[in-house]
Design a protein around this ligand. Structure first.
Ligand code: TAP
Length: 517
């Protein structure tokens, strides 16, 4: 009742209550930010079972930033019980419109603290600050606002079924929340991945727990603090940093979790889908890996193709699920395209992500950087031509990997087929008179997340959009995503959309009611 009264007064559910926690003081970017380091369960920050912790490493200087509580299977169970109780209790009393107000309030708080959130994200994940502010945090806020607008617009249909005369029949559908949802997310856009999933999940009326990636849980914990300030009732949102192999697995296995929203790699996605089936046949949506083709025809605007071609690969240091994993460049412009890319790369500023002039920060964590080095060694061993980079930035502390370009990449090579998830441009040539063949090559992948084409010929562009087997198609642009547009892949890039109206359905179930009168 207090919640409803507060909402009516516009002060949020808990009336802007502060929450106590153990945390650490992040002094960076001329800011002094308090960041929680405990699990967030049932509206409170608590230690993990047996005080287990994870070391959180700053990828820019390789120092340990802080220790964060590391959830166990029992901790996951506590969060699920809290979410279950809230779903059938306090959350049920909050009307759809009030739910929207809470989400808007949370978005306003995220906006108010956006410089703090972007600073934390930059230090924790290595994202360049300007990008963290605009994309990581900016698009997170957009997602909460966009889905807040849906809360009171989730509706079913009336359906003209056959009546048994002389009686009449009324059949209608209701869209209902599923219940407790588990969310498991990767480290490349920590707060944005949380927001894409959780905003849709909460708008649909569910309660949830999230296990963020173990390397970058800090913005999720700061977000948990803001959720209390916004007034979300205890148990509706729970945040549990921990390891995928135990906390993540416990979410997938839990019998009271009815839906799992997952973003991560294809092998883990397959494993999780089996766990969802074996435990309680929970619904799942999977946003998985990609190896997105970008086809650049000679009749394109070359300046634009180079600019977007660069960002298709190097945006967020390549830690971008829709990154162009393979560029097919028409033979007539191939050498000029490569020359221009190399010119731009030589002037790219690599360094401290908090420095406003930096264009390229460190990779997210050491194991990932080491994998990129191995990936490049494999490319060289296979006979691809390494024309730039392929190694750690020399004489520099931190996980800095030189942006890399390979040319002469053949279809059968490992680097032509497998995702690097790093700043590695893989270029192959094609003959412009044989469009069929480049389409076949672009589609010869088990992934189908995104794709792109550069051409001034509208027929060629639309024909590409028709024929490409990918959930997203960019024409004369790249990375242009929006919270209102559905996002997700085909084939082994998974299923179930994030963002847009379609994402709501991932977190809803349809009930059909029939009345005879
Ligand atoms: P994963 O290793 O798959 O990890 C993703 C998440 O799953 C992490 O939170 C991880 O925990 C957790 N996890 C690991 N094992 C688990 C298990 N047995 N049960 C439940 N959860 C488990 O991927 P990653 O290395 O973080 O991210 C890179 C991959 O994600 C790339 O392939 C990339 O393409 C993909 N990705 C896809 C998209 C979209 S939208 N399609 C977006 C971003 C990334 P830990 O923290 O312990 O690892």
């Amino acid at each position: 009742d207090q919640l409803v009264r507060n909402l009516r007064q516009g002060s949020g559910g808990a009336g802007g209550k502060q929450v106590e926690y153990k945390g650490f003081q992040l002094k960076a970017n001329k800011r002094d930010i308090r960041v929680p380091t405990q699990l967030f369960i049932n509206g409170e920050f608590v230690d993990a079972e047996k005080n287990r912790v994870l070391d959180i490493v700053n990828p820019t200087d390789e120092t340990v930033l802080c220790e964060v509580a590391c959830a166990s299977t029992n901790d996951v169970d506590k969060a699920v019980q809290a979410a279950h109780k809230a779903f059938f209790g306090s959350w049920k009393q909050v009307s759809a419109r009030q739910r929207g107000q809470l989400m808007l309030k949370l978005a306003d708080l995220m906006e108010q603290y956006k410089e703090d959130l972007a600073t934390i994200e930059s230090v924790d994940s290595g994202a360049v600050y300007t990008l963290a502010l605009k994309t990581h945090i900016g698009m997170s806020i957009d997602a909460w606002r966009y889905f807040a607008g849906w809360c009171d617009k989730i509706q079913g249909n009336t359906i003209p079924v056959n009546p048994a005369r002389p009686n009449n029949v009324l059949t209608f559908t209701r869209k209902e929340p599923i219940g407790v949802c588990g969310l498991v997310t990767p480290w490349n856009y920590p707060l944005m991945m949380l927001s894409w999933k959780m905003a849709a999940c909460i708008a649909a009326g569910n309660t949830c727990l999230i296990k963020p990636a173990q390397t970058c849980p800090l913005t999720a914990l700061k977000f948990a603090e803001l959720s209390v300030l916004a007034g979300f009732p205890p148990g509706v949102i729970n945040v549990l940093p921990g390891k995928g192999s135990d906390a993540g697995q416990a979410v997938a296995d839990h019998p009271l979790v009815r839906k799992l929203g997952f973003t991560g790699s294809t092998p883990i996605g397959k494993h999780i889908m089996k766990s969802c089936a074996d435990s309680n046949l929970k619904k799942c949506s999977l946003e998985l890996g990609g190896k997105s083709p970008l086809v650049i025809f000679a009749d394109c605007d070359l300046d634009k193709a180079v600019k977007h071609g660069m960002s298709s690969v190097f945006f967020n240091k390549g830690e971008n699920c829709i990154a162009a994993g393979r560029l097919f460049v028409e033979d007539r412009i191939h050498d000029e395209f490569v020359r221009r890319v190399l010119k731009d790369l030589r002037s790219m500023t690599i360094g401290d992500p908090l420095n406003r002039s930096t264009a390229h920060g460190p990779q997210n964590h050491k194991a990932h950087m080491d994998k990129l080095i191995e990936y490049c060694e494999r490319g060289v061993a296979e006979g691809a031509k390494l024309v730039y980079g392929g190694c750690r930035v020399p004489n520099m502390k931190g996980y800095f990997f030189t942006p890399t370009v390979f040319t002469d990449v053949e279809d059968n090579m490992f680097i032509a087929q497998e995702e690097s998830f790093g700043p590695i441009m893989i270029i192959s040539k094609f003959n412009g008179s044989d469009v069929d063949s480049v389409m076949t090559r672009a589609n010869r992948s088990e992934y189908g997340l995104a794709s792109g084409v550069f051409t001034k010929d509208i027929s060629k562009a639309l024909s590409f959009a028709d024929r490409i087997e990918a959930g997203t198609v960019f024409v004369n642009v790249y990375n242009k995503t929006d919270v209102a547009a559905p996002f997700g892949g085909f084939k082994q890039s998974g299923f179930g959309k994030d963002l847009g109206q379609e994402a709501l359905n991932e977190y809803l179930k349809t009930k059909c009611v029939t009345i005879e009168y």
